[in-house]
Design a binder for this molecule. Sequence first.
Ligand code: GDP
Ligand code: MG
Length: 456
Amino acid sequence: MNLDETIVAISTPPGSGGLGIVRLTGEKALPIVQSIFRSKKKLSSFPKGRPVLGHLFHPEKQELFEEAYVTFFPGPHSYTREDVVEISGHGSPVILDEIVRLCIREGARCAHPGEFTLRAFINGRIDIIQAEAINDLIHASSMTQARISFRQLQGSLSQKINKVKDDIIHILTQVEACLEFPDESLHISKKTINNSLKKTEQVLKSFIESYEIGKILSQGLTLAITGRTNTGKSTLFNTLINKKRAIVTPYPGTTRDYIQEKVKIGDTLFFLTDMAGINSPDHPADKSAVRIAQKVARDADGILILLDVSQEETPEDLKSIEKYKNKKAILVFNKIDLPQRMNINKILKKNPAISYVKISALRKTNIDTLRKKMEELFVPHLKEQDEIILCLRQKHILEDILTTIKKCRQLLSEGYPEEFLAEEIRRSVSIIGQLTGEIRAEDILKDIFKRFCVGK
Ligand SMILES: Nc1nc2c(ncn2[C@@H]2O[C@H](COP(=O)(O)OP(=O)(O)O)[C@@H](O)[C@H]2O)c(=O)[nH]1
Ligand SMILES: [Mg+2]
């Protein structure tokens, strides 16, 4: 992490595009760009943060080779708090590569992934939680996730984490006061300390639990389509993803391998899995198909249980409903375009709490109703102010802090001397430091920023 070096990278995605941006940060950013840029006005005399139109000059060939806007953001009023220069030209990979090469020739070095953001962190503009929010925002798979990341970038989560830290430090001060002045008047009761620890424990727990929602928002959720063979699973799968992806035939047992496709419904990414029916297998390949199907269904976040209403219900149909009682599931009555032989009312009476919908996967009847139900049942509903943990690293550290707080409560209840308690509380404060990045460990930073794009 040498901050003396000026770094350069293409900040726009690879490939051709309308525009392409090369960005530099560091002491020599401006002189480097000046050496390859020609414009009517001098770059350094131009208003800060305003683009200047000019041409890029090739020092080796002594010719102009591109029209470009150059914008100078002097530190500390820049993304990295250092001098930053952006060159915005046509989105041609050949030209962009050449600009980077010329900047390197003039003294810059290629940036590592996330190195611009790393500098923003090292120079104190943002903490690690905010840096991670930037990465989450860039890779957001839904507007809800983007909104949460944006709020975290503004510092919402950092503030809440700092509040937890202040609370823990407050508890530490109380315990230390007891240590230094074992005087009656200053003595804080064990009960008060225990209550404060318990409160912190609750806050930590709710952060940790929110990760389950965060995972769905950032990675999407998995949904398995299950039911007997020939109920129309593959047909529904194709209808939902709007592609003829799975093979459909009138013969039972067509699907053996499972197929997964992603589809966006509303604001959420669903990974739909079509698989073999749950019927008793006769062929060895059927046996493993059923085994795999059962595992996929067990691991899925939600299930669509398909029933064919043109057939009388079988014990297997009823078994498949029973089996997923403890999972989020929608009962899908398919083939309503055919004469009905299934006793739907009887099934619903037996399962009064289950969500259900009647469709024809073949004729695409009521598919929108099914989509709405999927959103209602499977997608978590958030309140505007809910703080959601999106990042696994943060969840792991929160779990470590929770463990130490629990240990503190245990020490307290078992009557250990205050020194032991103070020691454990100090440990939790230092773990919080890893969360926000106050405690800087080079290998942790490397691990975090390698997930970023080059040029960010
Ligand atoms: N009439 C009618 N036939 C359907 C419907 N959905 C599926 N089928 C037919 O049922 C048969 C089995 O469908 P398929 O999707 O392969 O079932 P899977 O074994 O559960 O995957 C095929 O002949 C489909 O055309 C539907 O809604 N209405
Ligand atoms: Mg099938």
